[in-house]
Design a protein around this ligand. Structure first.
Ligand code: M6R
Length: 612
């Protein structure tokens, strides 16, 4: 959701900004733009649609020898995706250009005040007030940095900003509050600002994460970091470990397919080095320091959004079943606005791939305000949620570029199993049970690879069902959230209507929809609720509904009930979701591709939802 790249140095900023914007494409956007400042001259270009449109309008060979530049991919919030609304935005005197990710909540008031002072606005965006506000302070005689600071004290809201000003042409100022922003540095005078590290991997691995209300001043000779109130700070330089290949398609037609095929590896990376077989428990370095507090908790709230929320739903069952600690999953967008009851000896766990989801972050702030212990399961190292929590566990799944979350979902499930196991072994879970879970968890990647071998069959199924525009996904117990996830994935990338339902609820409404044109995908694995699922399938068949079933290998009976069956290997019931979701991810992928959509960048969606 909006991507920002900024550069200060002695190289031509144009290809650096365009390259960075391409790397940020996965975040989701509908227009893009750049502004470069060299020897007091601006080069500005914007376009609606893909970066290719922007590239067509500019020449890489334009001879710009160094300078400062800012680039932006915009995901429309205030105003349609038009050229006028595309960033960067400028001041009346054209000296100040700004790119922004976030929302300025009091922009209407500020805009009215500025209009009264004679400022002219062109766009419908909230962002445009920023360059005008900075201009207003510059006119009063404040230098660039001070003007930015004063402007920041006037605005309310969330922002990651990059700002350039022809009065001080060697400077790029980057400011952060709640929206993600980091700084990249090199030893040879190249400085960068970006929404995330993937944009910088080809240039540097040395990163400084900005905290809220911090700003960086970059130029070709160095950088300074200060708080918005002007206190200078010494920040730690972190070195990124991500491999360049992790952000390449490596021969796959789409990132989504590559990432589905990386699901077994994601499970391996989540569990490697974290299993202690002889003690039947998990070793989780990130929560080691708070293990005593964790041994005393009697409630765990899990909070997240989207697919991460669905992982959390499974987490709730896992924690209760394995540890006996009461648990509840809550949408972060609800948790942050209700008045959650936080009892003594409870903890909140935020689950997030990006670590930047605005609602999840806000839910954590709310919990912390009420003195609750905060934990995180996060994929992106150094992200806001990772830094906000008291302790946490990283997924180590590597960058996930496809907007639809796939490999990180199974990674989140793996970490939730480890956490539930850890809490269980602190309490009443037996050594034998613990060992059984460890053994089975270790065998999952192999079983997942067996499922992946069925990709051609699943593609065939997707083709067979691709003519339908409505789907019901059904599951029970651990597989109910998998029904939701299967449906979410299908609608996200294929734009067909798909509803996930707890199969036990089918008779309470959705059964009314069933007919021969409304197929159901039923997760009917051989487990404690299999017979119930079988009855649901019978009921659908009795109403001429078609059924595609996900069943456990060896269940021949189901072929007589369902129209089509995809088999998965047998595993322990609490671990099943890691296997049952895999065919559903593949089904959604092939379905979306068959319908001719760009599955890596579904319309209207953003990878990282940094505004609420
Ligand atoms: O980065 P997060 O895990 O916090 O993101 C949460 C959701 O926005 C995300 O899972 C979203 O639902 C995906 N598009 C699902 O595929």
């Amino acid at each position: 959701m909006c991507g920002i790249i900024g550069y200060a140095g002695n190289k031509n900023p144009m290809p650096i900004l365009i390259g960075g914007l391409k790397r940020l494409e996965y975040r989701g956007y509908d227009s893009a733009g750049i502004a470069i400042l060299n020897a007091k001259k601006f080069y500005v270009q914007k376009s609606v649609g893909k970066i290719e449109q922007l590239v067509k309008k500019i020449s890489y060979r334009q001879n710009i020898e160094g300078g400062v530049g800012i680039g932006h991919t915009r995901w429309a919030t205030h105003g349609k995706p038009t050229l006028t609304n595309a960033h960067p935005h400028n001041s009346c005197d054209n000296k100040i250009w700004v790119a922004h990710n976030g929302i300025i909540e009091n922009y209407k008031d500020i805009k009215n005040q500025l209009i009264a002072k004679g400022h002219k606005f062109k766009s419908e965006t909230d962002t445009e007030v920023i360059p005008h506000l900075i201009e207003e302070y510059s006119k009063k005689g404040f230098d660039f940095k001070k003007s930015v600071r004063l402007a920041m004290s006037d605005i309310k809201g969330t922002y990651a900003l990059t700002i350039i000003n022809s009065d001080e042409p060697d400077k790029l100022i980057a400011v952060k509050n709640s929206s993600p922003l980091l700084i990249g540095i090199t030893k040879n005078g190249q400085y960068f600002a970006a929404s995330d590290a993937t944009a910088l991997l080809t240039h540097t691995r040395e990163i400084i994460y900005l905290n809220d209300k911090e700003m960086a001043v970059l130029n070709g000779t160095g950088y300074q970091i200060e708080t918005i109130s002007g206190q200078s700070i010494n920040k730690k330089i972190e070195v990124l470990k991500e491999k360049e290949e992790s952000i390449q398609k490596s021969g796959f037609p789409h990132f989504m397919l590559k990432e589905i095929f990386e699901e077994p590896e994601a499970v391996e990376n989540a569990i490697n080095g974290r299993l202690i077989y002889k003690e039947g428990t998990a070793k989780l370095g990130g929560i080691e320091t708070i293990k005593n507090e964790l041994s005393k908790i009697n409630h765990l709230t899990i909070t997240a959004c989207g697919t991460a929320y669905l992982a959390g739903q499974i987490g709730e069952y896992l924690v209760e079943e394995l540890s006996g600690v009461s648990s509840k999953v809550e949408y972060a967008s609800e948790f942050r606005y209700k008045n959650p009851v936080i009892k003594n000896n409870s903890a909140i766990l935020a689950v997030s791939q990006s670590g930047e989801t605005a609602d999840t972050l806000a839910a954590l702030y709310e919990a912390e305000r009420k003195n609750c212990l905060t934990l995180g399961i996060v994929n992106v190292v150094g992200s806001s949620i990772a830094r906000q929590t008291h302790a946490g566990i990283y997924n180590h799944a590597g960058p996930e570029i496809g907007v639809a979350s796939t490999k990180v979902f199974v990674s989140q499930l793996s970490v939730l199993i480890l956490l539930a196991l850890f809490l269980g072994r602190q309490r009443n879970l037996s050594l034998t049970e613990g060992k059984k879970i460890i053994m089975e968890l270790s065998s999952l990647p192999k079983k997942m690879r067996q499922i992946l071998k069925q990709a051609p069959l699943i593609k065939k199924m997707a083709r067979k069902y691709s003519k339908f525009d409505n789907f019901l996904y059904l599951g029970r117990k651990y597989n109910m959230p998998i029904a939701y996830e299967g449906a979410l994935k299908l609608k996200e990338i294929s734009y067909v209507h798909a509803e996930g339902y707890g199969a036990g609820e089918m008779k309470h409404g959705p059964i009314a929809m069933i007919n021969k044109n409304f197929p159901s995908v039923a997760i009917a694995t051989t487990n404690s609720v299999y017979e119930k699922m079988e009855s649901n399938i019978e009921e659908i068949k009795a109403r001429n509904g078609r059924v595609l079933a996900i069943a456990t290998k060896g269940n021949k009976k189901i072929t007589k009930l369902a129209d089509d069956v995809i088999y998965i290997p047998k595993t322990l019931e609490p671990l099943e979701p890691i296997l049952t979701v895999l065919p559903l991810h593949l089904f959604a992928y092939y379905f979306g591709v068959l319908r001719g959509f760009d599955v890596d960048k579904p319309r209207n969606l953003a990878k990282s939802v940094t505004v609420e």
